[in-house]
Design a binder for this molecule. Sequence first.
Ligand SMILES: [Zn+2]
Length: 224
Amino acid sequence: MQAPSHAPHSSAELVCELCRGFYDLGWASGTGGGISIRDEDGIWIAPSGVQKERIAARDVFLLDAAQLDEARILRRAADPALRISECTPLFFNAYRDRGAGAVLHSHSMWAVLAARLFSPEGGAARFVVQGLEMQKGLRGKGCFERVEIPIIPNTARECELTESMAAAMAAHPDVDAVMVAGHGVYVWGESWVQAKTQAECLDYLFRAVVEAHRLGLPLEGSPA
Ligand SMILES: [Zn+2]
């Protein structure tokens, strides 16, 4: 019989369900990407280096939401061989600095290509888009506004992004996302629904800018 501490939990189930959806979108292939959700019990985070579309609820870690300076594990994965996600300190940036209810990380091809357009060398830059209806899905944004998402340089290990991500968040308080050159994007929201909605709208905007560039169409805000 399964130990009660490893009983399935709705937020743990939701992490698994959303990871399957993100896998289908191409956001979490090759074990990359993932999502973390905060509820009244704490912060639920998937294990590291596993096939994100095949995670079981019993293998989702639970962390203490009252302890945001460092990750304190309340419940481990049922499988003792599993380690907690490499993204944990990055997810914690959004929980600590923005009071997020959920944070997701995508390795979307559109995010990678959009970042490459604005940061050909992989350095710090900003993705810019303007004039698209889907901008309305971003917190506080209208469709005619200029939207700027910070891009930070990638690092050899995911956890080494922690400080530069926090600095980019502080410099761009009007948006709930940080792109990582050659890597993907972190997106958060006050709930998992808002985090998912913003991530979907951003992915659409990334794709729109990349495709417009490919077609040679002038798009407000995009690079020449
Ligand atoms: Zn990643």
